[in-house]
Design a protein around this ligand. Structure first.
Ligand code: NAP
Length: 286
């Protein structure tokens, strides 16, 4: 039976460390890390995410400003706001909540964020830096997965790693981080042939598909570490991952539950990135 990886506990530990570092920066350097969170339109899920991020900031002592804008805002107005935030010395991180309403170009917005303030690590410059292994910020969800593996003593070096999913925010950077840690990485996607066979080779299997019960026991090698990034709703509206947990748990060595696995790590890693951004912008060592 697999050991369950407790993402809630690890995220709480990360947040505690961030809170201590924020306090140290305030006391020793007179510096308070700050973030601007931009939300456009009235998507209820986005509102929940933004509220959670603001709450997490206040718990660790990070200053936050919210910019709630109507869906009718123009691309130019949004770009102007981003430019103002780029110039604001109290703001070290800028986060634009995705998705933006139809008609607004999300990619163009991200490209206008100063890369030093891009705490999501979505800007092309930061994506490129991740590719060459010379990065300051890591995208929050994949970084959270690495943190979980590290804190549970799961070695990555030399392991066969399979990532299901190739999105720019999860699958691709996940694969790259595992590669930087000397894993032997395969990325699978919707056109992959013999998916189950490839997954069965994995010592570390990461599912980032967005489909409930996608990973079944026939796709898992006994003793594998199974990381479930998925956040889906099952037929009863309950939050669930991509892995058929009941089926896979007895086979795996470690497994992340949903909820309480990867999910809580994303915001914790965002908090860490805001502190890193504040240090970088103030020429302090990371
Ligand atoms: P996405 O952009 O929809 O990407 C899904 C990926 O899964 C795509 O690369 C797709 O392949 C692949 N896929 C779809 N059907 C497949 C199939 N039948 N066989 C193999 N691969 C298949 O989703 P995402 O943004 O990466 O998110 C993935 C999941 O993680 C979602 O449930 C999301 O809610 C969750 N998530 C969680 C967190 C967190 O904090 N825990 C953060 C972000 C996302 P193609 O590229 O070929 O289409």
């Amino acid at each position: 039976m697999a050991e369950r990886i407790d993402g809630k506990a690890v995220a709480a530990a990360v947040r505690q460390e961030v809170a201590q570092e924020v306090l140290r920066l305030k006391e020793e350097k007179g510096l308070q890390p700050g973030i601007a969170v931009v939300i456009v339109g009235d998507d209820p899920a986005s509102r929940i995410y933004v509220n959670n991020k603001k709450k997490a900031c206040s718990e660790v002592g990070i200053y936050s400003e919210e910019y709630a804008l109507p869906a009718s805002i123009t691309q130019e107005e949004l770009t102007d706001l981003i430019h103002q935030l780029n110039e604001n010395p109290a703001i070290h991180g800028i986060l634009v909540q995705s998705p933006l309403p139809k008609g607004l170009d999300e990619k163009a917005v991200v490209e206008n964020i100063d890369p030093k303030k891009d705490v999501d690590a979505f800007h092309a410059l930061n994506v490129g830096k991740i590719m060459i292994g010379d990065f300051e910020f890591l995208p929050c969800t994949p970084a959270g997965v690495i943190e979980l593996l590290d804190r549970y003593g799961v070695a990555i070096e030399g392991k066969r790693c399979v990532v299901i999913g190739r999105s720019n925010i999860v699958g691709k950077p996940m694969a790259m981080l595992l590669l930087h840690r000397n894993g032997t990485v395969t990325i699978c996607h919707s056109r992959t042939k013999n998916l189950a066979e490839i997954c069965r080779e994995a010592d570390i299997l990461v599912a980032a598909v967005g489909k409930a019960k996608f990973v079944t026991k026939d796709m898992v090698k006994p003793g594998a570490v199974v990381i479930d990034v998925g956040m889906n709703r099952n037929e009863n509206g309950k939050l669930c991952g991509d892995v058929d947990f009941d089926e896979v748990e007895p086979l795996a060595s470690y497994i992340t539950p949903v909820p309480g696995g990867v999910g809580p790590m994303t915001i914790a890693m965002l908090m860490k990135n805001v502190v890193s951004a504040a240090k970088i912008q103030n020429h302090l060592p990371l």
